[in-house]
Design a protein around this ligand. Sequence first.
Ligand code: SF4
Length: 450
Amino acid sequence: MEKVAGLDTFRVISERVGRFNVQGKTFLIPEMNRIGCHLLAGVFRGFGINSKVMETYEGLDLGKEFTSGKECFPCVVTLGDILLFMKKERERLGNRFDPENYMYFMPESDGPCRFGMYNKYHRIILDSFPGLDRVKIASLSSEDAYSLDGLIPKEKMQNFRKAAYLSVVVGDIIDRLLWRIRPYEREEGEADKFINEAMERVTESFSKNSSEKNLSIILDNLVEIVKQGKEIIDPNIPKKPLIGVIGEIYVRTHVKSNQDTIRTLEKYGAEAINASIAEWVNYTAYDQVRLAKIALRLNLKRFQLKEIKESILRYLKYNLTLFYQYMQQRKVYKMVRNYIDIEEDHKIGHLEKVLKKDNTFSFEVGTEACLSISSALEYGRRGYNGIVNIFPFTCMPSNLTSAITKPLMAKLNTPYIDISYDGSFQPGREAALRTFMYQAYQHFKTHGKP
Ligand code: SF4
């Protein structure tokens, strides 16, 4: 492995991790939530960018080989994905392999936890392989609500942003459709098969129609899928306990990392619903509005005119983004809910109020903890039959969530369980989930389904 000197390390991080034009590159997306990632790849292809979702989890051994064991689990899994992809590409193409042709996508977030460091760490590891220093890492940040500026040409930006956000919402809805129909399917395996085909159909639709101003064809496809998916439900299967899933976004949505927890819950009689991806995207925009408001108040007090103007512009920009996102999300859910009763998303402002009411936690702390704690409270108060907190072993915000949420759920008499993952298989995990489901069933017998 080549040795990289200290100062050079900082230089490569600033020069080869950031916003680069992706035109002409193969844009590599690591899989998180499977459906949403494939739809996003479809959006990129719709704008003429050759985009691929990399095979996932098969490179876990490689990821572990180049980490120390102290890193967050999603960092290890995604590192394994990119290293294995590059290894296979090198073998496949031989002399024709040119690392310059690829761009690896690894977003980040600011704030107190380590997600901001994954792409820097991946950069250092990629640089230690001959030639892979030329694979650029494209990064977006929660600091500006994952604005796509710099990745694709300005003139295409507005349409791209609209299609990309729609892909997030549609991905969430297809996931929710799966969790709504699979526990009640007529034949085992029918729902999975249907959703896999649906994902391919909608991905194709995003590839064909994303660059059009009118995205209604994609929505028509979605409605068609929902109508067909509903038919998979066997009305003779009685209602089941409803479980809300919260936790760290990567592990709770990456089925292989969480060893398919939702399927295990279903095996023991649950209908489950995971927190959405759009919730996090909306949260990043909401947080920018919140921060701009704070900055504006401060600048007004100090009477700093230039800064006042800047914070007003910032406030308006993110408010408009959030307004558009909410409007789009509401519209799509409304269309779909005409045909099936899937759960809607929480509004972020409402979640902040939930926390403020009893001073339970503060958005000032940031991270997903503020979303997870408030969502669990919402679920609990609405009568969900149980809450599962899924997270990577040692995850800081999720441990915070656990410490605060567990006693709150006990007060509400809502069954609650924490499950952490680090790639190992624990013999007692399934037994713990089974016991949790027994408690959830008792809750369901007493209180019914919300
Ligand atoms: S949320 Fe948890 S897993 Fe993700 S970066 Fe922060 S500490 Fe690591």
